[in-house]
Design a protein around this ligand. Structure first.
Ligand code: CDP
Length: 227
């Protein structure tokens, strides 16, 4: 079977990356976490003091956007890919609550999206890719052969994210995490460029009450049904 393009979109912390990573591993496809790229641009803006309150200074960021280089490198110790920003491993830093609190306004900026979408399309030009994000099935790969749109109840998502953060030693309360998810979902769904929305030809999966194994079985069946 020819290698295809698989787009996994959906709300914050609903397990998109678990789905996408597991599927890529099973199929021996490349996995790309597009959210990590928006998080890396946000970290860059924080490190360069570009924020004025909740928003980055767009004029300065625009001048520097071509100096922001993001790539993914395999980490043999963890068996996963790490995100690199201008040659530095920032995998841990981009997952912080500080970055989560600032990323959606950055991801709403048109020139940021243009730059990252171009790189994502380049990464997927030979197919055999699973990419997760918000606009993958609608903007980045509108011709993807398989599009999955993932949702889960907000409280379930907040519990999952809280457990992830706790495992990494980051302190946050359930209320803080739920508030962050809700705000990001609102900004992500209402922005002008590449808003979070379900592609017409996407298959919707609510995984609130599914185990990872049940979810993976459903997705694998969807993949097998493509052709
Ligand atoms: O892992 P989680 O669902 O919390 O978020 P993420 O996938 O790491 O994405 C972080 C943020 O980046 C989102 O809240 C969006 O604002 C933005 N994003 C985007 O705008 N477009 C994408 N394709 C991926 C992420």
């Amino acid at each position: 079977m020819n290698r295809i393009t698989i787009a996994v979109d959906g709300y914050s912390s609903c397990g998109k990356s678990t789905i996408a990573k597991d599927l890529a591993k099973t199929l021996k496809y490349t996995y790309i976490d597009s959210g990590a790229m928006y998080r890396a641009v946000t970290l860059y803006a924080l490190e360069h003091n570009l924020f004025e309150g909740d928003y980055p200074n767009e004029t300065v960021l625009k001048k520097q956007i071509n100096q922001i280089h993001i790539d993914f490198r395999y980490n043999a110790a963890t068996g996963k890919s790490d995100t690199f920003l201008n040659g530095e491993n920032v995998e841990k830093e981009i997952r912080s609550m500080e970055v989560a609190g600032k990323v959606s306004p950055v991801a709403a900026i048109g020139f940021v999206r243009e730059a990252l979408v171009r790189q994502q399309q380049e990464m997927g030009k030979n197919k055999g890719i699973v990419m997760d994000g918000r606009d993958i099935g609608t903007v980045v790969f509108p011709d993807a052969e398989l599009k999955i749109f993932v949702t889960a109840r907000p409280e379930v998502r907040a519990h999952r994210r809280l457990a992830e953060l706790a495992a990494k030693g980051e302190n946050a309360t359930f209320e803080e995490v739920l508030d962050n998810l809700t705000k990001r979902d609102l900004i992500d769904s209402t922005r002008k460029d590449g808003p979070l929305r379900q592609a017409e030809d996407a298959v919707v999966i609510d995984n609130s009450d599914l185990t990872v194994e049940e979810q993976n079985a459903i997705i694998l069946k969807l993949f097998r049904d493509v052709k």
